[in-house]
Design a binder for this molecule. Structure first.
Ligand code: MRU
Length: 354
């Protein structure tokens, strides 16, 4: 059993995904900030459904959840038939990998666990897989702490920054990617002012980033997504800091819808643009951004606000959940392996193999 890293780093007090008494425990992110509730899961199919329904969301958090879900499936399949569990679990792994399409961390975690299963673990596979899932979780937190330092070091003391979506403890194993840089940068006084996009339509910024920053006591200001270019024009921010759901081999980056327009506006206004993501988000098998599948979610997420219909009945909506920011608009990609400035295919491959 691997002990998760102690929460001894400043501003690191929230865990969205936990393994507790043989169960998967998730903060229900659909109801924050109005309610703070945990849901418990004992089986893989309901854990996969929790990913699809966004009880848990954020690329690394989905990956960590998936790893624990494989443990639940192994327990069920091994109990049902210890001689056949390795074959029986394959359908579970496929179901899990398809829970959401864009974040590559989900497939990355499933393939890691599948590799262990195929490698022939036999004596107590559940304990062995739990150890692997906890390692994935602990390594994600450690990567975030490292990226927090690396990203913060790029920022001039006293700067203002803008972040999009929620990339914090709720979206990861803990601490966060882009919001990890915000945490580290604020602790080091490099970041003075934090602005958070509300992130229509699911409001990851208004609901989740705002909730996290309130929990940590980090002051921040919420803006409508469409206010970002005006904020930049007024010189309020030096950096936009975002996470990623998948980074292609050439550095093109899929992230929450609205990231691309923010990157375009940043370049126009001379504001720097930083992508922060662990190497489990980098997919060298994806040639460029055009090959990244973009999830389309329910029209209701756009047609309603807070559960109330805001557009007339009979009207339609289009709801792509992610967009692609080309590498040419990105000034820095920060992973736990280091910082890639002005990313290119060659630099990304070199960073990954370092
Ligand atoms: O649809 P979501 O909320 O899962 O989308 C999350 C994002 O786009 C995040 O910015 C990304 O996963 C990076 S999280 C560290």
């Amino acid at each position: 059993m691997i002990a998760l890293e102690l929460k001894e780093i400043p501003y690191d007090r929230i865990r969205a995904v936990e393994w507790e008494n043989g169960r998967l425990k998730l903060i229900d992110q659909r109801v924050l900030p109005g309610k703070f509730e945990h849901l418990y899961f004992d089986h893989l199919p309901e854990s996969a459904r929790a990913i699809t329904d966004m009880v848990v969301r954020g690329a690394p958090a989905i990956g960590v959840t998936a790893a624990y879900a494989v443990v639940l499936a192994a327990r069920d399949r091994y109990a049902a038939n210890p001689n056949n569990w390795r074959d029986a679990i394959q359908a579970d792994l496929t179901l899990l990998a398809e829970a959401r399409p864009t974040a590559v961390n989900l497939r990355w975690a499933v393939e890691k666990m599948r590799g262990l299963i195929s490698a022939g673990i036999s004596d107590d596979p559940v304990a062995r897989l739990l150890e692997a899932a906890q390692r994935i979780h602990a390594e994600d937190i450690a990567a975030n702490h490292r990226m927090g330092q690396l990203g913060a070091n790029l920022i001039e003391p006293g700067s203002g920054v803008l972040t999009h979506c929620n990339t914090g403890a709720l979206a990861t194993g803990g601490y966060g990617t882009a919001l990890g840089v915000v945490r580290a940068g604020y602790a080091a006084k490099r970041i003075k002012d934090v602005y958070a996009d509300e992130t229509r339509p699911w409001l990851q910024g208004a609901r989740l980033t705002a909730w996290e920053l309130v929990q940590e006591g980090i002051p921040a200001t919420l803006i409508a997504d469409s206010a970002a270019p005006h904020l930049m024009k007024l010189g309020k921010v030096a950096w936009v800091i975002v996470g990623a759901d998948r980074i292609a081999a050439n550095g093109d980056t899929a992230n929450k819808i609205g990231t691309y327009m923010t990157a375009v506006a940043a370049r126009y206004h001379g504001v720097k643009f930083m992508v922060v993501a662990p190497t489990s988000t980098v997919d060298l098998a994806t040639h460029d951004g055009s090959a990244i599948p973009i999830e389309t979610r329910a029209e209701a997420e756009v047609l309603n606000f807070g559960g109330t219909r805001t557009s007339p009945e009979g009207f339609r909506a289009w709801n792509p959940a992610f967009d692609i920011t080309p590498a040419t608009l990105i000034d820095a990609i920060v992973t736990e392996k280091g910082v890639v400035l002005n990313p290119t295919r060659e630099k990304m491959v070199a960073m990954m193999s370092s």
